[in-house]
Design a protein around this ligand. Structure first.
Ligand code: ADP
Ligand code: MG
Length: 240
C-alpha cells in the first residue's frame, strides 16, 4: 500500500535520510527503531509530506506523493499521525478536537461526527471528558484522545512518533494498551518507539535506522536475536 523509494532528505548540509527504501503491506505493523537523531521522525514526517523529501519518492496506493497533481490533504486523511506531544488544540474541547477534521473536511455531518466521537470516547472510558479542555486531562488521557482523533478519520495507515515518550511512566501502559487494541483490528501501522518490550510484542517487522540509513529490515524476532554488533550495541544501551 505504501512504498518509500530512494528517499533522501537534507536540512541544508545535514543529510538526514540517505537512501531509504521499503514497502509497507496492508496489515503490517512496523516499528522503526534507532538512536536519537537517526532520522526516525523525519522519515515519518516525509511519509505524510509534513516534510518535503529532497529526493526519491513516496508512493501511496499507486499515487506518487511527489506528483504536483496529488491532493495531499486527501492523502493525509488516509495517513493518520500521532505525535509525541499529542498536538491537541488547547482552545477546543475534547469533543471538538475529535470532530474538527471530519466536520471541516465535510466527511461527516456535525451530528454524526459527534455521535461517533462519543462512541470512540466510550471505548477509552473518557466519555465524561467530552466537554472538558485538554488541559484538564492527564498526559495519558491526552494521548488516548489524540489517537481517537486519528481513528475517527478511518485512516488506512497510522504513523506513531514516540507516542509515549512525553508521558510519566505510570501512563505509558494505558496508551500502549490502546495502540495494541487498534493493532488487533488489523490496522496498518508504523510506530517509532523506544519501548522495546512493546515493540517486541506488537511489531511484525522492524526497521533499524542508523545514520540516515536502514541498517536492518526484517522480522522482529530476527532483530532481537541479531548478531550484528551495531544492533547488539543499540539494544544493550536501550535496555539499561
Ligand atoms: N526541521 C528541521 N530543520 C533542521 N534540521 C532538522 C529538522 N528536523 C530534524 N532535523 C535534524 O535531522 C536529524 C534527525 O532528526 P530526527 O528525524 O528528529 O531524528 P530522530 O527522530 O531519530 O531522533 C537531526 O540531526 C535533526 O537535528
Ligand atoms: Mg524523533
Amino acid at each position: 500500500m505504501l512504498e518509500v523509494k530512494n528517499l533522501k532528505k537534507c536540512f541544508g548540509n545535514n543529510v538526514v535520510l540517505k537512501d531509504i527504501n521499503f514497502k509497507v503491506n496492508k496489515g503490517d505493523i512496523i516499528s522503526i527503531v534507532g538512536p536519537s537523531g537517526s532520522g526516525k521522525s523525519t522519515l515519518l514526517r516525509c511519509i505524510n509530506m509534513i516534510e518535503k523529501p529532497s529526493g526519491g519518492n513516496i508512493i501511496f496506493e499507486e499515487k506518487s506523493l511527489m506528483d504536483k497533481n496529488t491532493n495531499l490533504s486527501l492523502i493525509r486523511e488516509k495517513i493518520g499521525m500521532v505525535f509525541q506531544q499529542f498536538n491537541l488544540f488547547p482552545h477546543l474541547t475534547v469533543l471538538d478536537n475529535i470532530t474538527l477534521a471530519p466536520i471541516k473536511l465535510k466527511l461527516m455531518s456535525e451530528d454524526i461526527a459527534k455521535k461517533k466521537a462519543i462512541e470512540l470516547l466510550k471505548t477509552i472510558d473518557l466519555k465524561d471528558k467530552a466537554d472538558e479542555y485538554p488541559n484538564s486531562l492527564s498526559g495519558g488521557q491526552k494521548q488516548r484522545v489524540a489517537i481517537i482523533r486519528t481513528l475517527i478519520m478511518e485512516p488506512d495507515i497510522i504513523l506513531f512518533d514516540e507516542p509515549t515518550s512525553a508521558l510519566d511512566p505510570e501512563m505509558v501502559g494505558e496508551v500502549l494498551e490502546l495502540i495494541k487494541k487498534v493493532a488487533d483490528t488489523g490496522k496498518t501501522m508504523i510506530i517509532v518507539s523506544h519501548e522495546m518490550n512493546f515493540v517486541k510484542k506488537i511489531a511484525n517487522r522492524i526497521l533499524f535506522l542508523d545514520e540516515g540509513k536502514i541498517m536492518f529490515d526484517g522480522k522482529t524476532k530476527d532483530f532481537f536475536n541479531s548478531d550484528n554488533e551495531r544492533i547488539k550495541e543499540f539494544l544493550s544501551k536501550i535496555n539499561k
